[in-house]
Design a protein around this ligand. Structure first.
Ligand code: PLP
Length: 397
């Protein structure tokens, strides 16, 4: 099938990993040769409950037997979407109450940017260098990595970039700025956490200037950092929270949440300010609801921090210069891109799935399912250490 994959399915790089998947269960993915791979990536943070989770499957099957798509987003009352948005509100602080469900993270970012412009009547947007918010035109406009967007210009006008964690740059935020958009923890940049109360300082500056703060939690959200949402670590509540990825439990989703007052602006002036056919799809909402219920009702979130400790304890190696990130959103920092590549590729040979980060070639991501067991963590970390030992031994000869 690999030849047909390469011939008929559009690719994103000239060198996809091209593993042929048979099935997946728990923390393992199986290829068509019956080889098992321990999954330290979780579909790039999109499968917090691992694979084939019984509660998730049951929720999807129950909904499958009732109805699938019946109407475009927002017209009919569909229980899965109502219950999902209500449960989100229950777990979010004031004034985050009303959620718009989309089909992907990037689309939720588009909606959030539009809402900020509509609410403030301003056009300027401030984003961070090395930020990643998605790949549609608006989201790409706030991506802080010129090399990957140059070919697609012109993009949105009136966008300024600041350095994440740099306090003096906050002076760029003025009463002309519609919104500041930041990832709570910068993902593609190398899992950079906010330091020195950075997010609180951004919040204050936004308050002073009447600027809306959008936090993108598409990757850190839904329990991955040891809180349901990453911003809870930093004492900073956004005006618009964007989520996605793990929220769907493995099905495609995005969401942006704001106060009812703010969100209602999308209903009028102009009417239909943001519309979608499939957003809030009942099957996906049922999967997301079951995911959110499981994550908030189990001990998965507190366990995340214990698992982080275990990773940090086991991954002490001469070639690991730093482990960035928080909870089960960890990045191994290696001495070179070559070593990072070798680790990812050799791990796959040895039955462990690792992956790269978008803009930091020396980093290797570890974002396993939140359900991963201690034994599985030990097993995967042993594979990583052995591969790094071999790389080191080769270097020394
Ligand atoms: C922080 C962040 N924002 C936005 C996105 C885009 O989400 P999607 O791929 O669902 O469009 C991603 C996806 O990797 C992300 O990590």
């Amino acid at each position: 099938m690999k030849q047909e994959f390469l011939k008929y399915q559009a690719q994103t790089t000239p060198h996809p990993l091209a593993m042929e998947i048979s099935h997946a269960d728990g923390s393992y993915i199986y290829d068509t040769n019956k080889k098992a791979y321990l999954d330290f990536v979780a579909g790039v943070s999109a499968c917090p409950l691992g694979h084939n989770h019984p509660k998730l499957k049951a929720a999807i099957q129950t909904q499958l037997n009732k109805y699938l798509h019946v109407m475009v987003y927002g017209e009919y009352v569909q229980k899965p979407a109502v219950e999902l948005t209500k449960l989100l509100a229950k777990h979010l602080p004031y004034p985050l109450e009303k959620t718009y469900l989309t089909n992907s993270g990037t689309e939720a970012i588009e909606g959030a940017l539009k809402l900020a412009k509509r609410a403030t009547g301003r056009s300027e947007i401030i984003a961070a260098n090395k930020a990643y918010h998605g790949n549609t035109m608006g989201a790409m406009s706030v991506m802080g990595y010129e090399e990957r967007k140059q070919a697609f210009r012109p993009l949105l006008p009136d966008i300024k970039f600041i350095e994440f964690n740099n306090e003096p740059d906050l002076n760029y935020i003025t009463n002309k700025t519609a919104c500041v958009i930041l990832e709570t923890i910068q993902g593609g940049a190398g899992f950079i956490v906010p330091s020195n109360n950075y997010l609180q300082k951004v919040r204050l500056k936004c308050n002073e200037t009447g600027t809306l703060l959008i936090l993108d939690e598409i990757q850190p959200g839904v329990g991955r950092t040891g809180k349901l949402f990453g911003f809870e670590h930093y004492n900073c509540i956004p005006d618009i929270l964007v989520t996605g990825k793990g929220l769907g439990g493995g099905l495609p989703i995005g969401a942006f949440t704001a106060s009812g007052e703010l969100m209602d602006l999308l209903q009028d002036n102009p009417k239909l300010g943001h519309i979608t056919t499939f957003g809030g799809h009942p099957l996906i909402a049922a999967s997301a609801l079951a995911t959110l219920q499981e994550i908030t009702e189990s001990n998965l979130i507190p366990k995340t921090l214990e698992k982080e400790k275990l990773f940090r304890k086991l991954l002490k190696h001469q070639l690991i210069q730093d482990i960035r990130g928080k909870g089960l959103m960890l990045a191994l920092m290696l001495p070179s891109a070559e070593i990072a590549n070798e680790l990812v590729l050799e791990s796959q040979n040895q039955g462990l799935i690792l992956f790269w980060l978008l803009f930091e070639p020396k980093a290797v991501r570890i974002t396993p399912p939140l359900t991963i067991s201690e034994e599985e963590i030990i097993k995967g970390c042993t594979i990583i250490s052995n591969i790094l030992d071999d790389i080191l031994a080769k270097q020394q000869h």
